[in-house]
Design a protein around this ligand. Structure first.
Ligand SMILES: Nc1ncnc2c1ncn2[C@@H]1O[C@H](COP(=O)(O)OP(=O)(O)O)[C@@H](O)[C@H]1O
Ligand SMILES: [Mg+2]
Length: 292
């Protein structure tokens, strides 16, 4: 594969909260850093090894999602532009097709967690859909729900109803919902075989040559909540927190010290960082064991 590098720079074209994006014209190199964001704020502390884990997990899922049109090109060193040939870059980088991003987060939830639980306690709805009463936090939903949010690069993403999404992008909203539910159930089934529940996840899509492609990252612990089935059942039975394998430890810690979720983020104790690293490593091992 030949890539024209005349315009490529070694400083990123765009810095997301976690990934650095290098624009190569019609392609992008996404480089996952060890940066941590929670409640949409980037922390000063990093999670050592996180970028490599995210990149490996996402590339693995893209290799399983061949039937879903997506942005993945390669993670092979021979396909990467020479600027990315150091080990440091290679293990964190993915070469993808550049698309025009659709500015909605396509969230699917099979369980009542996070902002969906907050909406439920306020209105007994999730993404505007009325649910049975008295569901506890973490309850399995009657069926997986598509709960979109507007993507906001400088602030908090905003949950919206599906009806609002339909009115803003009438040509593609139904397709995005159907695709999201389909991809979610594919992964949820694979994970279940490994003893893992996929509680919820977030997808992004983009347009290239008038076609919708799955872009960004897929089924990583930054975009999804995973929990061991046994741990889930224990927590629901005993009333404890559901120990998801992601940055929940950090969310719990910063809430416990009363942080107002406005930058700057607080510094993190060493043991909180170490526990988080273990969670990311644990789910990586499980996902990499999933075969086609
Ligand atoms: N194939 C693609 N085409 C265009 N943009 C993409 C593609 N894949 C990912 N992106 C964008 O690249 C950025 C990745 O960086 P990230 O750290 O995830 O940012 P964010 O702060 O928005 O979460 C995001 O803005 C994402 O929407
Ligand atoms: Mg992102």
């Amino acid at each position: 594969m030949s890539i024209n590098l005349s315009n490529a720079m070694l400083s990123p074209t765009y810095r997301g909260k976690v990934r650095d994006v290098y624009d190569l014209g019609d392609k992008l190199v996404l480089v996952s850093s060890d940066r941590l964001s929670a409640f949409d704020v980037v922390f000063n502390d990093t999670i050592p090894g996180k970028g490599k884990i995210l990149n490996t997990i996402s590339a693995h899922w893209f290799s399983l999602l061949k039937n879903i049109p997506n942005h993945f090109i390669s993670t092979s060193p021979q396909d990467m532009p020479p600027q990315f040939s150091s080990k440091e870059f290679l293990e964190r980088s993915i070469l993808v097709r550049k698309t025009k991003r659709i500015d909605f987060e396509c969230v699917v939830r099979a369980f009542l967690m996070g902002s969906a639980y907050k909406e439920y306690t306020a209105n007994q709805t999730v993404a505007g859909e009325r649910l049975p009463s008295k569901l506890p936090k973490g309850a399995k939903l009657p069926h997986p729900l598509f709960t979109p949010a507007v993507k906001n690069d400088t602030g908090h993403d905003e949950n919206i109803s599906f009806a609002l999404m339909q009115s803003s992008i009438p040509q593609s909203a139904d397709t995005l919902r159907d695709l999201s539910l389909k991809i979610f159930s594919f992964a949820a089934n694979k994970l279940k075989e490994k003893g893992i529940l996929l509680l919820d996840t977030k997808f992004e899509f983009g347009i290239l040559d008038e076609k919708i492609l799955l872009i960004d990252e897929v089924f990583t612990p930054d975009s999804s909540r995973f929990v061991e089935i046994e741990e889930y059942e224990k927590a629901m039975r005993d009333g404890g927190e559901i120990p998801t394998m992601d940055k929940q430890i950090i969310r719990d810690y910063v809430e416990s010290i009363g942080w107002n979720k406005i930058a700057p983020a607080p510094r993190l104790p060493k043991e909180i960082i170490e526990k988080t690293v273990l969670q990311y490593k644990k789910i990586e091992k499980i996902i990499l064991g999933i075969k086609n």
